[in-house]
Design a binder for this molecule. Structure first.
Ligand code: DGP
Ligand code: NA
Ligand code: NA
Length: 210
């Protein structure tokens, strides 16, 4: 089904979690599933490393450059803002967006460095509000035990423990905890059920929140 077949708007679905929580493969599987159901869908991720700002972020994450904690925080946020009008346009057209990380990572990772939570939240205010946040809940120890930390800046057990503490402070009305210690298939089943519900709600005409 094309976007034209869609009566309402697309849903903004965000997957969040620690590094190695399994988000990226769950996002890809969810987007493919929705496609098979005839839902117009795109899979996105933040940071979007393809833009000029995204390249600066990527260079910071791979430790090729250093940046002040506040400056990199604002750069991550700006990387979401530069996609705002496109996000809004897609949702209005009826396209559902499945996004690997969003403002919640933005706040949790910077607050884990010791920046004040409210200061970290401020630049995120006004970005499109997610309809559903699926938080893949796993301990930092278990995520680290899966191996494959790629050696990027934040991929260290002690830091991930702090990030997890901050994520716990960010639960809002759209937030759903998903037990990410289950099998990949069981996690995907839960994610599909929750996503289909929200896609149908949005499709049936609820207006895009400003
Ligand atoms: P990913 O490409 O999803 O593996 O994310 C790269 C790393 O950057 C990962 O450790 C999570 C972190 N991250 C993602 N978004 C933000 C953000 O907005 N702010 C900060 N400080 N870190 C972020
Ligand atoms: Na990562
Ligand atoms: Na990832």
């Amino acid at each position: 089904a094309g976007a034209g077949a869609n009566a309402g708007r697309g849903a903004l679905i965000v997957l969040e979690g620690l590094d190695r929580s399994g988000k990226s493969s769950q996002c890809a599987q969810l987007a493919s599933f929705l496609e098979t159901q005839g839902v117009p869908v795109e899979a996105w991720r933040f940071p979007d490393r393809t833009t000029a700002m995204g390249q600066m972020i990527s260079s910071y994450l791979s430790c090729q450059t250093s940046l002040d904690d506040a400056a990199i925080h604002l750069l991550f946020s700006a990387n979401r803002w530069e996609k705002r009008s496109l996000m809004e346009a897609k949702l209005k057209e009826g396209i559902t967006l499945v996004i690997d990380r969003y403002s919640y990572s933005g706040v949790a990772f910077s607050a884990a460095k010791g920046l004040a939570l409210d200061w970290c939240k401020a630049p995120e205010v006004g970005l499109p509000a997610p309809d559903l946040v699926l938080y893949l809940d796993i301990s930092a120890e278990m995520a680290a035990g899966r191996g494959g930390y790629g050696g990027e800046r934040y991929e260290k057990l002690e830091f991930q423990k702090k990030v997890k503490q901050k994520f716990k402070l960010l639960k809002d009305a759209a937030w759903q905890n998903v037990d990410a210690t289950q099998s990949i298939d069981s996690i995907q089943t839960v994610i599909r059920e929750e996503s289909i519900k929200i896609v149908n709600e949005c499709n049936s005409g609820r207006q895009l929140m400003q």
